[in-house]
Design a protein around this ligand. Structure first.
Ligand SMILES: [Zn+2]
Length: 537
């Protein structure tokens, strides 16, 4: 169902030009070049010439790289406050995975050719040789999604008479790391809401990411949440020759790590679908060199993709497992001890503040400044927790538990509000209509690839927010994380994006026929149906 209003050849050329702009996350100037590219692509359109205040770069406040989002606002005539948001991310991950071909990764045509001759799986080679796939960094994740949104914006900018509601396009920076871009956008949405703007929904266009069939299109009604729980084991130091006088923090952590990984109590089943298990991402001791001493500190952190689990439930589960794992470890090491102390990060901070009279947040800020430039925020935070354990002289056996950055709330369509039900109903109509033409598109509840749609609301309550504020190390320092504002916004979301494969890997590729012939039509139809009974009042 190619919609003749949109020029799919022009959209492909736009994609190739956009890919040629290196927008690797976190590199000085890169993402801003992408924002500038998008700005230039719209500024000559008469609507924006006549309404220059509707097209601007938005500074991400407090961002160390001074990155900027783009804002393009099409305001319907007659005026209305009803608005549909289109959003996506400008940044990509780096090209290290592309190995010797990494210098070509921003030239998709050349890269596709070169990759098809490289040592790759046959299945990828035949897809690349078929001419139906385009490979390169960002082609799927997610410059093609932005290219399709751009085509839709351009179409409406040239045909304003067809708009009954406003369209707000806001491509953001920093999705692949700290989500600073969408956090700034949230601030902006809140200021618009104060001016009485009403958001009907937010459309993202991330590529399909799924462990299931990768050959069909997908429309997602929600997005998965991600949290990073940590545990820090505190044992007791002793010479290895006097092993039984000490308690190995490593042994305690091993037991707990085994108890947590892929534990079915974490794995969520939502609307009959099972989501990925919890998985350890990193373990660390805090030693600088070799020592024949039983280790007294050992930490690890986990990736946990969740749908409906509340942060308090996660912490509670980890606490229970910490108690039973400590018991097993103490038995195995014949320590004669049975009791273990469990401290949440919040409890550790309270103890620290009572003993020292100083705020732990000030301490953390100063600590982060002292950390080496190349140390990531997770390591910084864990070293800080370790330092607090020392400050309060926490005696082992003990576990400290809590969360590290990053954190993304989950967002699902609960079919509670009128707007949510409308989004779902239209998605189903679009899929049904394609089915008649033999195009296979499936409706999925939750996007598993992690997206900025997380930040368009917060489906927990004040208790959840308070628990996160107190137990997520670093949440209140650095660039602000607007959880409370997200909670107030509560914008229904949908992801209508291209068919992509192997995002973030060297074989990242885009299925062109769907991108050119199906995706733009889906976006256009969705917007048309969304606005069909709006704007009459
Ligand atoms: Zn993405």
């Amino acid at each position: 169902m190619r919609r003749k209003e949109l020029d799919s050849e022009e959209m492909l050329r736009f994609l190739l030009d956009f890919c040629a702009v290196n927008t690797i996350n976190g590199r000085e100037g890169c993402e801003n070049n992408g924002t500038k590219f998008l700005y230039e692509s719209l500024k000559t359109i008469p609507y924006f010439q006549e309404n220059p205040e509707c097209l601007f770069l938005q500074m991400v406040e407090g961002d160390p790289l001074k990155r900027k989002n783009l804002v393009a606002f099409l305001k319907a005539n007659p005026t209305t406050k009803k608005t549909i948001i289109l959003s996506g991310h400008i940044d990509t991950v780096d090209t290290e995975a592309c190995g010797p071909l990494k210098d070509l990764a921003f030239q998709p045509l050349q890269y596709t050719q070169a990759l098809s001759k490289a040592d790759i799986r046959e299945e990828i080679r035949s897809e690349l040789q078929s001419g139906e796939y385009l490979a390169g960094r960002g082609v799927a994740d997610m410059k093609s999604g932005l290219a399709a949104q751009w085509a839709v914006m351009k179409y409406y900018a040239l045909h304003m008479e067809k708009l009954r509601v406003n369209l707000l396009w806001i491509p953001v920076v920093d999705e692949e790391n700290n989500a600073n871009g969408i956090h700034q956008a949230v601030e902006y949405f809140c200021s618009l809401r104060d001016e009485k703007y009403e958001f009907l929904c937010c459309i993202d266009s991330e590529p399909t990411i799924t462990p299931e069939s990768k050959e069909c299109g997908r429309i997602y009604l929600g997005t998965i949440g991600m949290v990073t729980p940590f545990v820090l084991a505190v044992g007791k130091e002793s010479h290895v020759g006097e092993y039984f006088e000490g308690i190995s923090a490593a042994l305690m952590a091993f037991h707990l790590g085994i108890a947590i990984e892929n534990n079915p109590e974490f794995t969520e089943i939502y609307m009959e679908k099972k989501y990925p298990p919890i998985c350890c991402l990193r373990t660390m001791d805090f030693r600088k060199s070799y020592s024949v001493t039983v280790p007294n500190r050992f930490a690890m952190y986990f990736n946990y993709l969740f749908v409906r689990k509340r942060p308090g439930d996660i912490l509670h589960l980890i606490r229970q497992l910490a108690v039973s794992s400590a018991k097993n470890a103490l038995e195995q090491a014949n320590t004669g001890k049975k009791a273990v102390k469990i401290r949440t990060f919040e409890e550790l901070c309270t103890e620290y503040e009572q003993k020292s009279g100083r705020s732990h947040e000030e301490g953390l800020k100063a600590f982060i400044r002292r950390c080496p430039q190349d140390m990531d925020i997770q390591d910084c935070c864990l070293h800080f927790v370790n330092e607090l354990c020392g400050e309060v002289q926490l005696e082992g056996p003990a576990f400290v538990i809590g969360f590290l950055p990053p954190y993304c709330p989950s967002r699902v369509n609960l079919r509670i509000s009128e707007k949510e039900r409308k989004v779902e109903a239209i998605a189903e109509q679009l899929i049904e209509a394609r089915k008649e033409e033999g195009i296979d598109i499936r409706l999925s509840e939750v996007y598993e690839g992690i997206s900025d749609l997380s930040e368009l609301g917060f489906q927990g309550d004040d208790e959840d927010i308070s628990l996160l504020r107190k137990n997520l190390v670093g949440l209140n320092v650095g660039t602000p994380y607007p959880l409370e504002k997200m909670q107030q916004l509560d914008i229904p979301v949908i992801n209508i994006g291209p068919i992509g494969k192997d995002a973030h890997k060297r074989g990242e590729r885009l299925y062109l026929p769907y991108f050119q012939d199906v995706l733009p039509g889906l976006l256009l139809d969705f917007i048309e149906k969304m606005q069909s009974d709006e704007g009459k009042s």
